[in-house]
Design a protein around this ligand. Structure first.
Ligand SMILES: [Zn+2]
Length: 261
């Protein structure tokens, strides 16, 4: 069984440390090598793999230093990545061996064009794990830098189709700000209000709000809720016109969030 824990990095990044319970580890999106090296030493772990979701420096910046210490470790990443550090290039549907457990690659362009996610199906002992980089966040989604809203919407829909008990391992601690926006879109959502209380209490204790579950995201995250009547109504009020398609609702909510303070 694999487990995952977030290693804080920079102001609000999480590098995910995956452990197999037998002394081996993999890391996802090591933007900085220092927290990874510290965690490996502290926990007595051998690094077996580096997984990269996309090319942004806060996700790949530590790869070179980690490879200098661990030259045999494979660096998995998108086949179309501009990042030079990727040694094993992956396309949609590729299966990667992560510490003896298969992970499936899901291409999720939108935040960047080269973005991929890694899905590890659970077994009887553990829940499925999703490492989604900057595509899906706690109660939010990534900004659209290289793709377009329709592309991002399709990517999020692919993630939304995964099992509800999937542990959602996002790359930033943005949850509280995202909840504030979500409550503006959907103020009467009781699941969202409960989440707001729970996650505020976690942050007050300096604990991460992640991983969340996909079921919680489906119940509270406006970027996965373009089919919900209240979200559609809020988007149409914002746009000032009828929005016939789910991707138009998504695009409206995403543009709204871009200017939300
Ligand atoms: Zn990014």
């Amino acid at each position: 069984m694999l487990t995952a824990r977030p290693l804080p990095a920079f102001a609000d990044n999480y590098i995910w440390l995956i452990e197999d319970g037998r002394g081996r580890a993999a890391v996802v999106d090591p933007g900085d090598a220092a927290p990874v090296i510290a965690a490996l030493e502290e926990r007595g772990l051998e690094l077996g793999a580096i997984l990269v979701t996309h090319h942004h420096p806060d996700h790949v910046g530590g790869v070179a230093d980690l490879c200098a210490c661990h030259p045999q470790v494979p660096v998995y990443g998108p086949h179309d990545s501009p990042a030079a550090c990727v040694t094993i290039a992956l396309g949609d549907g590729a299966i990667v061996d992560v510490l003896g457990t298969p992970a499936r690659v899901i291409t999720v362009p939108g935040h960047t064009l080269d973005h991929i996610a890694y899905f590890i199906a659970g077994d009887a002992d553990g829940a499925p794990l999703l490492f989604c980089g900057d595509t899906l966040f706690g109660c939010g989604c990534g900004r659209i830098f290289e793709g377009d809203a329709r592309m991002m919407h399709t990517s999020l829909q692919r993630l939304a189709a995964l099992p509800g008990h999937t542990q959602v391992c996002c790359a930033h601690e943005y949850t509280l700000g995202n909840i504030e926006f979500a409550l503006t879109v959907e103020p009467a959502n009781d699941d969202l209000r409960r989440r707001s209380e729970t996650d505020r209490a976690r942050r007050a204790r300096a604990e991460p709000t992640l991983p969340s579950t996909l079921a919680l995201e489906l119940a509270t995250n406006p970027f996965l809720r373009d089919g919900a009547a209240a979200v559609r109504a809020a988007a149409m009020a914002r746009a000032g016109r009828e929005l016939a398609h789910d991707h138009e609702v998504f695009a409206t909510i995403r543009s709204w969030k871009d200017v939300f303070r």
